[in-house]
Design a protein around this ligand. Structure first.
Ligand SMILES: Nc1ncnc2c1ncn2[C@@H]1O[C@H](COP(=O)(O)OP(=O)(O)OP(=O)(O)O)[C@@H](O)[C@H]1O
Ligand SMILES: CC(=O)C(=O)O
Ligand SMILES: [K+]
Ligand SMILES: [Mg+2]
Length: 482
């Protein structure tokens, strides 16, 4: 069985162990996430290099996503690494404490203006809402709080203000430095955190391009302000290549009860606007410490798959958990199970729209044929940029799209798209009248189609031309030589 929905796995100390990265890729990670909130540039460079070497060795297409920290407010570090807070105790957030001087009484802050932005009575949510503090008093650089919900608190955890509204802008100085790193690593995707407007995305893209980088832009939806205004949200989605439902911060800002509605809306709206969508955070959180997910986590992943997400993401489960490989394997298994639920081949997607471009019209026509003609088991798209497979897979179908591309960047980029299977193919090496036969034979050789199947093929008149797709072919696998 080919898995259609993709897995994004965050790298971290837990994936640095001997052989772990290789197992993670073999277990089915399609995209790796470098979280620039943690670790140092050398870690990110090394991990990206290792992933690319392993992907090449095992002939897998794996995309690299760099995730900017953004204006996330964080505590600094504890001298013992972590503390356990008791309900009712006093705990001080102190911007003047040394960065590794935290103790059971208080901890430093990486955002020194926080004391100016909170008021007495505000609730501060730490570690994606696991720890709740209430502001009792402010004394200069100190915020004195009472612990409402305690528990274990470790280094560098995030702080959110309940209801949202901390002032910091979406791109910090550290982010601009990390964009240079992202360009140097040549990431396939760059994720912008706490996006408030299309302008945040334009600024990030400009900085990336100025640094010689070329990547798809991921907008992380995690601010209450971004989802409160649906016109603004549409503008943000249109300015993105990929949308991420960043449930960690978003859930804290808007409350967990509102999250499911927003998640479903974002998945639907992103697909409708021809964009890719990732569902992220706490999908299999219990697997940080347990080799098996809970039933609720299994259903969470499965529901995101049934809603049409392109990818599901693992964060702490793979970056810092005890069972990183098991977490990817569990996701793979659960996704495959959810995908057995037959996907409708009836779609009203874009039925009443006019198309502006030939490649777009070919993509829509190919999907109409594939979904309605008996015996079609595969769609082949010869693609330079990956745009035709993207447009095709915005329509629900259970027929896989094989993206044959000579472009290594496209090959890794489409690894994120639901229902798209990248295949490296040097079309320039094949005589024009042999291309149909050669691509169909490749699928037959890999056991992905059978002799009696029908295949839909899309391509252009000339090789290596952007947006040149203008042809749909209907090919019977058995007759491909004829
Ligand atoms: N590279 C890393 N080094 C050390 N710890 C990490 C690393 N990546 C993740 N972790 C740990 O795993 C937890 C969850 O990972 P995740 O990537 O979701 O971080 P996060 O800080 O919540 O993310 P974000 O800043 O994007 O909201 C982190 O809070 C941290 O404790
Ligand atoms: C991924 C992320 O940043 C979040 O869920 O908040
Ligand atoms: K981040
Ligand atoms: Mg976040």
């Amino acid at each position: 069985m080919i898995r259609r929905t993709k897995i994004v796995a965050t790298l971290g100390p837990a994936t640095d162990g001997e052989g772990v990265l290789e197992k993670l890729i073999l277990a089915g990670a399609n995209v790796v996430r470098l979280n620039f909130s943690h670790g140092c540039p050398a870690d990110h460079r090394r991990r990206a290099e290792e992933v690319r070497a392993l992907a090449k060795q095992h002939r897998r297409s794996v995309a690299v996503l760099g995730d900017l920290q953004g204006p996330k407010v964080r505590i600094s570090r504890f001298s013992a690494g972590s503390v356990t807070l008791e309900n009712g105790q006093i705990f001080t957030l102190d911007a003047s404490l040394p960065s590794d001087g935290g103790s059971i009484d208080g901890v430093g802050l990486d955002y020194t203006s926080l004391p100016d932005e909170v008021a007495i009575g505000d609730r501060l949510l730490l570690d994606d809402g696991r720890i709740v503090l209430e502001v009792e008093q402010k004394l200069g650089s100190k915020i004195i709080t009472q612990v409402i919900v305690g528990g274990s608190l470790s280094n560098n955890k995030g702080i959110n203000l309940e209801g949202g509204g901390l002032a910091a802008s979406a791109l910090t100085e550290k982010d601009f430095a990390d964009i240079l790193l992202a360009a140097e690593i040549d990431v396939d995707y760059l994720a912008v955190s706490f996006v408030r407007s299309p302008d945040d995305l334009h600024r990030a893209l400009k900085a990336l391009v100025d640094a010689g980088g070329k990547a798809g832009i991921v907008s992380k939806i995690e601010r209450a302000e971004a989802v409160a205004d649906l016109d603004l949200l549409d503008d943000i989605i249109r300015a993105s290549d990929v949308v991420m439902v960043a449930r960690g911060d978003l859930g804290v800002e808007i409350g967990d009860a509102a999250l499911i509605g927003v998640q479903k809306y974002l998945i639907k709206r992103s697909r409708a606007l021809q964009k890719v969508v990732i569902t992220a955070t706490q999908m299999m959180e219990s697997m940080i410490d347990s080799p098996l997910p809970t039933r609720a986590e299994v259903f969470d992943v499965a529901n995101a798959v049934l809603d049409g997400t392109d990818a599901v993401m693992l964060s702490g489960e793979t970056a810092a958990g005890r069972f990183p490989v098991e977490a990817v394997a569990a996701m793979d298994r659960v996704i495959l199970g959810a995908e057995k639920h037959p996907e409708s081949r009836v779609s009203s997607h874009r039925l009443h729209e006019n198309f502006v471009a030939a490649d777009e019209s070919v993509a829509m026509g190919a999907m109409y044929i594939a979904n309605h003609m008996q015996g079609v088991t595969a769609i082949i798209s010869l693609t330079e940029t990956g745009n035709t497979p993207l447009l095709m897979t915005r329509i629900f179908s259970d027929i896989p799209v094989f993206a044959f591309t000579p472009n290594a960047k496209t090959e890794s980029r489409v690894a994120l798209y639901r229902n798209v299977i990248p295949i490296s193919y040097q079309v320039a090496d094949v005589p024009a009248d042999k291309i149909n036969e050669s691509v169909v034979s490749e699928l037959l050789r890999r056991g992905l189609v059978a002799e009696r199947d029908w295949v839909i093929l899309s391509k252009g008149d000339y090789n290596n031309v952007h947006g040149g797709t203008n042809t749909i072919k209907i090919v019977n696998v058995g007759d491909r030589l004829g």
